[in-house]
Design a protein around this ligand. Structure first.
Ligand code: MG
Length: 159
């Protein structure tokens, strides 16, 4: 087994879509970034890279490359899943957390889990997505941005 962890931060601003875990969430603000800025999906993808000791997400999907401009981050996650499988590993489980003040994440958690399970070829029971607020404190609490964290456990295929 191998373990990996990551976190990602994106700024909330007007004129952008709010996409987390591959789900477009209706809100007056969205996340700023080169891709679709899906901080949760980036954290999960980078945690898998971490478990494989393959460096960070920016090494494989540089924000200077026009190829990844505006890209759906589920494509990035699928690609990382392919790299994992090529190296002989599958998902044991994923636990992830979104820190966001508004809007409420609860109605969207199931769809996020389904997206991750599909992209990573695993059962939804292996995917956990949780959310919490900043209680008015710090950049999360002031609604300036979003922070996402993920921990993954990989299992050797056939072990
Ligand atoms: Mg990111």
């Amino acid at each position: 087994m191998r373990i990996g962890q990551s976190m990602d931060i994106h700024r909330l601003c007007e004129g952008r879509k709010l996409i987390l875990g591959g789900v477009e969430i209706p809100y007056e603000k969205g996340l700023l970034g080169h891709s679709d800025a899906d901080a949760l999906t980036h954290a999960v993808a980078e945690a898998i890279l971490g478990a494989l000791a393959l460096g960070d997400l920016g090494k494989w999907f540089p924000d200077t490359d026009p190829k990844w401009e505006g890209v759906n981050s589920q494509i990035i996650l699928q690609e990382v899943g392919r790299m994992m499988e090529e190296r002989g590993y599958r998902i044991g489980n994923v636990d992830s957390l979104i820190l966001i003040e508004k809007p409420k994440m609860a109605p969207h958690i199931q769809a996020m889990r389904e997206n991750f399970a599909k992209a990573l070829h695993t059962d939804i029971a292996n995917i956990s997505v949780k959310a919490t607020r900043g209680e008015g404190m710090g950049f999360v609490g002031r609604g300036e941005g979003v922070l996402a964290q993920a921990v993954v456990l990989l299992e050797e295929i056939g072990a």
